[in-house]
Ligand binder design. Structure first.
Ligand SMILES: Cc1ncc(COP(=O)(O)O)c(C=O)c1O
Length: 395
């Protein structure tokens, strides 16, 4: 039976079941990415924020190249990401970095390549702040201590968090030794993860205003982080109120740095069925991919959406990865027709944290990277060969 088409989301509407690809493949729907960039830009300009793209979600360079010039810069999590950002931006945007910890021998290179750095602790501020501030704008990551994420594994404000200076600690430091923070240029918070509402953000900002008071008048920028589906949230008032206060009352340059909101919908993992058999009365379809290609599926036991799977389909399969790990399973899915050997399985919404976290366990090759443009052009961007695997194995 002919598979229903799976069409890209841009204006081109190309059928990914038909295009010539070598699987497993990470396919970037550039028309969809374009729509996401436009929507995020519109959101940021309506709200009066400076927009960055957080490259941790995906640092695939053709994707970065497409975003350059449409955002104020890239936000990064390490020296390597910052170098890649700087190399890709080529001066057409700023490089921002925050990370839980720097090694002392990285600081010079960090200061060379970054425009903005948010240090994670007062300990690092004391040791590295002055050196970084000589060449960049240095601030602190603040932990406001108000959880707005239910799952502890993703909650930056969980108890005993390692992320950011606790708000009370910063307040006490400012009360007792204000001079130690006299060259603080900005504050960074990142409190959300996949949040679909701004309901609590205004309370978080109010708490910061109440607790830190005058310190806010002293700084130039306030980075509100990522973690929200910013432009897909309908009730924007709490967010707008926060941004307006930070801008009007304290003259802050208010920054946001989403990752997922830009790229999630634009990436697809296209696999092929390489074996079909029964196990204890259930049908197993083994794919030429693995949860190693999207580790969050295993770590967090989520089930990625599959194109064409339908809850009322009569044919139910366990879609399994091809490593030795018994739990290398994507989930159970129903289809309206039996799966065939060689048939494509397309995992949707794989643009964020898929390529970035994929690895080579069992020597299963990484997905080949393609871009599909609205005019139908399919471009092979990167394939991985045995020598790439061997290089990583210190051959
Ligand atoms: C500091 C920081 N900024 C931005 C992001 C991007 O978040 P998201 O991809 O959920 O928008 C993250 C994600 O972990 C983060 O830790």
């Amino acid at each position: 039976m002919e598979r229903a088409p799976f069409l890209t989301k841009g204006s081109g509407r190309i059928d990914l079941n038909k295009v010539d690809l070598s699987t497993p493949a990470l396919v970037w729907d550039m028309g969809c990415l374009e729509k996401r960039i436009n929507s995020m830009s519109r959101f940021a300009s309506e709200q009066g924020c400076e927009l960055l793209y957080s490259i941790k979600a995906s640092s695939v360079v053709p994707v970065l190249e497409h975003i350059v010039g449409r955002v104020a810069g890239f936000s990064c999590s390490s020296l390597f990401e910052a170098k890649l950002a700087s190399q890709t931006l080529r001066g057409n945007g700023t490089v921002h970095l925050t990370t839980p910890g720097f090694r002392p021998d990285e600081i010079d290179a960090v200061a060379d390549v970054c425009d903005y750095v948010a240090l994670n602790s007062l300990s690092q501020w004391k040791r590295f702040g002055a050196q970084i501030n000589e060449r960049t704008s240095c601030g602190l990551r603040l932990n406001p201590g108000t959880s707005i994420v239910n799952d502890q594994r993703y909650d930056p404000c969980r108890k005993n968090s390692k992320l950011g200076v606790p708000i009370d600690e910063l307040a006490v430091q400012y009360e007792r030794r204000p001079e130690s923070l006299s060259n603080l240029n900005g504050l960074h918070i990142h409190v959300a993860c996949g949040n679909k509402s701004f309901a609590q953000i205004d309370d978080v900002i109010s708490k910061i205003e109440t607790r830190l008071g005058d310190l806010l008048h002293q700084i130039d920028w306030f980075n509100l982080g990522g973690g929200f589906y910013f432009d897909k949230i309908l009730k924007t008032a709490p967010f707008r109120n926060s941004v307006t206060r930070l801008k009007d009352k304290y003259s802050h340059n208010v920054i946001i740095e989403p990752g997922t909101a830009f790229v999630k919908d634009a990436g697809l993992l296209v696999c092929s069925v390489i074996d079909l058999f029964q196990s204890d009365g259930k049908s197993i379809a083994v794919l030429d991919s693995s949860v190693n290609h999207m580790p969050e599926v295993f770590s967090y036991q989520t089930q990625p959406p599959v194109a064409g799977a339908t809850p009322d389909g009569a044919y139910r399969y366990i879609l399994a990865g091809n490593t030795c790990l018994a739990g290398d399973i994507f989930g159970e899915y129903n289809f309206s027709a039996p799966l065939q050997l060689g048939e494509r399985i397309i995992f949707r919404k794989r643009g964020a944290y898929t390529h970035a976290q994929s690895h080579w366990f069992n020597g299963i090759n990484l997905p080949t990277i393609y871009t599909v443009s609205d005019d139908g052009t399919i471009k092979l961007q990167q394939d991985f060969i045995f020598e790439d695997f061997a290089h990583r194995c210190a051959v």
